[in-house]
Design a protein around this ligand. Structure first.
Ligand SMILES: [Zn+2]
Length: 107
């Protein structure tokens, strides 16, 4: 369920404009899947796979993993702060946990 940006009344998710006040909506933003949670999960899985495949005795790889982990962790935190996020929350949490594990492995 989306809410009007103009008058805060409930709107259909795909409504282009508000039938009450005519304010133009951005249905792509309210009804799209929560990309930040999905990006978090994908990046953290990639990170975890790279931890398993690289030579962890190599300082460059370890630094790379720690730097790369900043992306899923910041996306994860960002997506957890999104109010509308409910069903996708597990993806962010799994992503953050996987990233944290990867960083721990790299140390
Ligand atoms: Zn309205």
């Amino acid at each position: 369920m989306a809410f009007c940006r103009g008058c805060a009344k409930e709107l259909h998710d795909s409504a282009q404009s508000c039938p009450q006040c005519g304010a133009v909506q951005y249905p792509g933003m309210s009804s799209s899947p929560h990309w930040s949670a999905i990006v978090t999960l994908i990046l953290s899985v990639l990170l975890f796979l790279s931890v398993l495949s690289v030579d962890l005795w190599d300082t460059d790889s370890r630094v790379g993993i720690v730097l790369f982990s900043m992306f899923p962790i910041s996306f994860g935190i960002y997506s957890l702060t999104e109010e509308k996020l409910r069903n996708e929350k597990w993806m962010s949490i799994v992503g953050i946990v996987l990233s944290a594990l990867s960083v721990l492995c790299a140390f």
